[in-house]
Ligand binder design. Structure first.
Ligand SMILES: NC(=O)c1ccc[n+]([C@@H]2O[C@H](COP(=O)([O-])OP(=O)(O)OC[C@H]3O[C@@H](n4cnc5c(N)ncnc54)[C@H](O)[C@@H]3O)[C@@H](O)[C@H]2O)c1
Ligand SMILES: OCCc1c[nH]c2ccccc12
Length: 299
């Protein structure tokens, strides 16, 4: 069996477990559109997972809605890396009304006995009902109690969704996975997370250098990329890690995935972190779930 060699550090979660601070995602570039059968294995997705693991990524982010859990499971199996050296995440979306069945279906597709982290993918299912958020969270707590997930958390939650959840929670969510980059910093949400011991993870971290290029951070990112001899993307990944934010990226290109790992080998100064923060606040851009968050919402 192959052993994993990796520069990716761990972050301690509120339940005593640790999470790798850089993840490889199987959504966005990989997810199967509605026209494609979930059971039809997409080999490039499997190979992408194997490449990531080979390079040293051991935190793998999946979701029911991506329809790529079968590929993620196969990639893990074919990698030859022992299960206990990998950190596997999946999320419930479509089957939120029956979380008990949803986790079992996901585990079957992943060919695993447990996931390291199980997330509620979004709070919009509750349509503002606190009772629905609380009921779903109680089902997540049961998943953890049953040993099917080592940690449980949420994704795309607002402060108000977290407050409703915390009001009846026995287990505090370990993490909130949100779109996070200099153009979407969510006001006081990260401070709220810290206050309650909830970790933050960032999807879409490269957005200012990819989907929303042409903005106030461009020039400064360029100068830091020169200083540290890396790409602008790596500065953006590092910007998350230097704020104790777990960061999730992806690519089908091995070279890019390999380059991203360099972001684990240097550190921005506190002044540089703050400068990116301040410049980023001059622009607002949200890449995901635009039809769910209110159009004028900047958090
Ligand atoms: N919880 C959620 O609602 C949610 C939403 C979106 C994504 N995610 C997760 O996060 C993962 C990563 O998300 P992401 O893809 O937005 O991350 P990201 O911002 O890191 O973007 C990665 C994408 O940018 C491309 N890219 C990298 N460098 C580039 C360059 N120089 N020029 C042009 N394109 C470049 C990559 O090829 C890849 O497709 C997903 O796969 C998924 O697992 C979760
Ligand atoms: O991770 C969530 C990104 C996302 C939002 N809506 C979707 C629909 C299908 C697949 C992925 C998504």
């Amino acid at each position: 069996m192959a052993n994993i060699h990796t520069p990716i550090p761990l972050l301690k979660l509120n339940d005593g477990t640790s999470i790798p601070m850089l993840a490889y995602g199987t959504g966005t570039a990989w997810y199967k559109p509605p026209s494609v059968e979930e059971s039809k294995i997409d080999r490039p997705t499997v190979e992408g997972v194997k490449t990531a693991i080979k390079l040293g990524y051991y935190h793998l982010d999946g979701a029911e809605v991506y329809k790529t859990e079968p590929e993620l499971g196969l990639g893990i199996k074919e990698s030859g890396v022992p299960r206990d050296q990998l950190y596997v995440v999946t999320k419930v979306n479509q089957n939120i009304a029956d979380i008990h069945s949803a986790i079992r279906a996901s585990l079957k597709k992943l060919q695993l006995d447990y996931v390291d982290l199980y997330l509620i993918h979004q709070p919009f299912f509750a349509e503002g009902s606190e009772a629905k958020l609380q009921e779903a969270w109680a089902a997540m707590e049961q998943v953890k109690a049953d040993g099917l997930a080592k940690s449980i958390g949420v994704s795309n939650y607002y402060q108000s969704d977290l407050e409703a959840t915390l009001a009846t929670a026995k287990v505090v969510p370990a993490i909130n996975q949100i779109e996070f980059h200099p153009y979407l910093q969510h006001g006081g949400l990260l401070e709220f997370h810290r206050k309650h011991g909830i970790a933050t993870s960032a999807y879409g971290p490269l957005t200012p250098a990819t989907r929303s290029k042409g903005g106030p951070v461009d020039e400064y990112l360029g100068s830091l990329a020169k200083k540290y001899a890396v790409t602008e993307g790596e500065i953006l990944l590092r910007w998350c890690v230097d704020q104790d934010v777990v960061t999730i990226t992806t690519s089908g290109k091995e070279q890019r995935l390999s380059d991203y790992l360099r972001s684990m080998t240097f550190k921005l100064t506190p002044t540089e972190v703050k400068e990116i923060k301040d410049l980023g606040e001059q622009k607002h851009f949200r890449a995901f779930w635009q039809n769910k968050f209110a159009a004028d919402d900047k958090s």
